[in-house]
Design a protein around this ligand. Structure first.
Ligand code: GCU
Length: 338
């Protein structure tokens, strides 16, 4: 692995931010293997290393802002790579708001790490780890979600080398399948000081045994490449699982973790997402922390912020201004900024 800083613009976004772009080369020298292209915005007036939000994006770095200085990432459309339009997901990223609050925000396209289709694990990072003669991960080895989470850890490796990033205060976040990913990244890598799951649903924060909305059979059939092969054994057999998702949440303890749901996102089972936070409380208590200070599902648009944060916001499956307001508030609280 090697890091290449490909551009730095100290006057980005009309002087409000510093834009930095970094390529993480994997599997040998530049051009030999996969590469993760990281886009970072830092507050222009930062005098010391800044706390940072990091998350993967769905369609290329240029989606997060109309800023013409962003080097477009070619994204996978089916098995081809194309460029998606600038700023198309700007509402989900809120770059100006985040840097205005004194945080850096960093992102990379998840398809740089592993494409999100069932390609037999040929095009992403998995082949870098194959033993001699191996052509795909074994049933107890990683799928795509795990690979995306691994990629987030490589971005963290870069942060540790960048004097402008306060790598002890990095919040990892993700939406939907990338919320499943941020939870797994947080579970695997304790360098992430705060973990945020936005509408992560099945395989993320939602309890499997409820089998409400998306079930294991449905997810493992539609997205056979997301999880390890062995997970399919629990299709229509959730009660045989030796774990459930509250244990995934508990793996963040004692670090702060935020679970967000949306009222119209019943596919992701909001109540199951809440319950996995609630039932992680026992482990937070072992660390002398409260966890989620609620005993029943809070009302819509009434966030609850303990060491575990939770809200169910009105509206659909998305990342909104309301969600970001909560994440910023939660990070301020736990990073001792207010
Ligand atoms: C589908 C899938 C969900 C996933 C979502 C997304 O709806 O069934 O599990 O979270 O896509 O990533 O947008």
């Amino acid at each position: 692995m090697s890091f290449e800083v490909t551009s730095v613009d100290k006057k980005a976004l009309g002087g409000k931010a510093i834009r930095k772009q970094v390529t993480i080369h994997l599997g040998g020298p530049k051009g030999k293997g996969p590469a993760i292209n990281v886009l970072i915005y830092l507050p222009a007036n930062a005098k010391e290393p800044v706390p940072t939000f990091v998350g993967l994006n769905f369609g290329g770095n240029q989606l997060v802002h109309t800023d013409p200085g962003i080097t477009p990432t070619k994204n996978w459309v089916g098995s081809k790579r194309k460029k998606s339009p600038r700023g198309a997901a700007a509402g989900r990223w809120q770059v100006e708001k985040v840097v205005g609050r004194g945080y850096a925000i960093a992102t990379a396209y998840y398809g740089d790490i592993d494409p999100d289709f069932d390609d037999g694990f040929k095009n992403g990072v998995h082949p870098l780890f194959y033993k001699k003669g191996q052509t795909k991960p074994a049933d107890d080895e990683w799928g795509s979600i795990s690979a995306w989470a691994w990629g987030l850890s490589r971005i963290m490796d870069y942060f540790e080398t960048d004097a402008m990033i306060d790598h002890k205060h990095v919040a990892v976040l993700g939406h939907s399948r990338l919320g499943k990913t941020s939870l797994w990244a947080g579970a695997q890598d304790e360098r992430f000081a705060l973990v945020i799951s936005n509408d992560s649903g099945c395989g993320g924060a939602a309890l499997n045994r409820r089998a409400f909305g998306e079930t294991l059979k449905v997810i493992n059939t539609a997205f056979p490449h997301w999880f390890c092969g062995n997970f399919k054994k629990y299709n229509n057999n959730e009660s045989a699982l030796p774990f459930d998702q509250h244990m995934l949440i508990a793996l963040m303890a004692p670090r702060p973790v935020y679970i967000a749901s949306a009222a119209e996102d019943r596919w992701a089972d909001p109540h199951g997402e809440f319950l996995s936070g609630l039932h992680a409380n026992g482990v937070y208590r072992l660390f002398g922390k409260t966890g989620l200070p609620a005993d029943k599902m809070p009302a819509v648009d009434r966030p609850v912020h303990g060491t575990i944060g939770y809200h169910i916001r009105s509206g659909k499956h998305n990342v909104t201004d309301f969600d970001w307001e909560q994440y910023l508030k939660f990070a301020d609280k736990h990073f001792g900024r207010k």
